[in-house]
Design a protein around this ligand. Structure first.
Ligand SMILES: *Cc1c(COP(=O)(O)O)cnc(C)c1O
Length: 449
């Protein structure tokens, strides 16, 4: 029978395993893998029904930016709840969705001045892909219908998003259902050859992309990339020069650039948008995850006026007719506005630099561990690879690490052999030091067994 980390049986766990099909999980593993029955959250901590607590060092799958039960987001939502919970966005509009669109556009200097809404990240990716294809089609270039993604890319798990995802464990079973995409070299800095810098790898990857564009750009609608960090593949970090190179290539070969900032946006890499670090803007920018502070499902695609104008016409069929029932949900937009307000009120981007420096320092002993390789950090993301023998060993390592971390009051969920941290932007010094020390302890325990 499944037990919680503290060893006590939980009725909630048993009922959940009977009735809830949990995501991203081989359910049989729960015969031994703990399922944590959460009762409440506060700040960076989640509490279970046994009274045990866990530091949410991965922001509950990268969504929670300012802690659980955040008082400022809570009160904004309570006010909105008594005003308007939802209204359809076709033919209607409301203050929260307008304000959010204006504020996000302003953060791009109004380059990406048009916001289209959905509820989850994968849907935002679908929208960007469809908009790109449809924009070319409206401009008389319907032969541009192919997409390019990076090796190891992850853009979500609906059929269209999965087609530009290159993670075999998510993709392979559905291969026959998916449209072919061009997969090009990742600029992952770990691919550096002797004497090569991260920027050299980035330029080498861009040269490979140019070869494809020379051959096929007539048929290519867009390339989709995660700026700076390919997260779900295992926190592959790369030099910003790659984004500058591909921006130039996209301009030269008339290909749209889609920046999937679903994971890396909202301050995660050290600037509000990751693209800022390369001083470029894409043609489409997808946001989700952190944008609502981890409160409610919300995603959006921001795009340029030139794209918007390609749809603007008397002809209905030239419009972008895509829709989701909860498009622009006022509660979710209000949570997002409260989240953006915290960025400004607390000067979060700068405050995170101080937090990041402290955690990087505190992790130095672990980074130097003989069985740790590729320790890396960008903004509020830390990752390292455990030295293990093969893929099976990596999978075992990952599950054992998760379980052992729970026993040490930590929520950490490695991706294979890659251990990473993506904490909320609220950790105090004690929490930062505790996170580093406990992670070290957990790692040594797991590597010894
Ligand atoms: C999580 C994620 C998605 C998918 O978002 P969902 O809300 O899970 O559908 C897409 N792209 C990236 C980069 C992500 O991290």
């Amino acid at each position: 029978m499944n037990q919680t980390p503290s060893g006590k049986q939980s009725d909630l766990v048993a009922r959940s395993l009977r009735s809830v099909w949990h995501p991203c999980t081989q359910m049989q593993h729960h015969e031994t893998l703990p399922l944590v029955p959460v009762s409440h959250g506060r700040g960076a901590w989640l509490y279970d029904t046994n009274g045990d607590r866990y530091l949410d060092a991965i922001s509950s799958w990268w969504v929670n930016l300012f802690g659980h039960a955040n008082p400022r987001i809570n009160s904004a939502l309570k006010l909105q709840l008594d005003l308007l919970e939802h209204a359809m966005l076709a033919g209607f509009t409301h203050e929260p969705v307008v304000q959010l669109s204006e504020q996000l556009a302003a953060r791009t200097g109004d380059v990406l001045g048009h916001c289209f809404y959905a509820s989850d990240g994968a849907s935002a990716v679908e929208i960007a892909l469809k908009m790109s294809f449809h924009a070319w089609r409206n401009n008389g270039q319907s032969e541009k219908r192919e997409f390019v993604c990076l090796k190891g890319s992850y853009h979500g798990e609906t059929i269209g998003a999965l087609a530009v995802t290159d993670v075999p464990i998510f993709r392979d079973a559905y291969g026959p259902m998916l449209q072919h995409a061009h997969v090009v070299m990742s600029p992952d800095a770990r691919a550096a050859r002797d004497g090569e810098s991260a920027a050299d790898v980035a330029r080498r990857a861009a040269v490979e992309l140019e070869a494809l564009f020379q051959d096929r750009s007539k048929y290519i609608a867009a390339i989709i990339v995660e700026p700076l960090v390919q997260c779900a593949t295992g926190m592959a970090m790369y030099d910003p020069v790659y984004l500058q190179e591909i921006r130039a290539l996209c301009d030269r070969y008339h290909v749209h650039l889609i920046a999937d900032e679903i994971a890396v946006g909202c301050g995660r890499t050290g600037t509000f948008f990751a693209c800022e670090q390369a001083a470029i803007w894409p043609d489409f920018l997808c946001l989700s995850k952190g944008i609502s502070g981890g409160y409610l499902p919300l995603s959006l695609v921001m795009t340029r006026d030139a794209i918007y104008q390609a749809f603007y016409d008397t002809d209905v069929a030239r419009g972008f007719l895509h829709s989701h029932s909860y498009t622009g949900n006022p509660l979710a937009c209000r949570a997002a506005l409260a989240t953006l307000a915290i960025f400004d009120e607390d000067d979060v981007i700068n405050a995170n630099r101080v937090r990041a420096a402290r955690l990087t320092d505190a992790l130095a002993p672990l980074a130097a561990h003989a069985q740790v390789s590729n320790f890396r950090q960008r903004g509020m993301i830390w990752a390292f690879d455990a030295v293990v023998d093969d893929a099976d060993a990596a999978a075992t390592f990952s599950r054992r690490f998760f379980t052992t971390a729970l026993e040490h009051e930590l929520l950490l969920r490695p991706i294979g052999r890659t251990v990473y941290m993506m904490p909320p932007y609220i950790l105090n010094n004690e929490e930062i030091d505790g996170l580093a020390a406990r992670t070290h302890t957990v790692f040594e325990k797991v590597m010894r067994t």
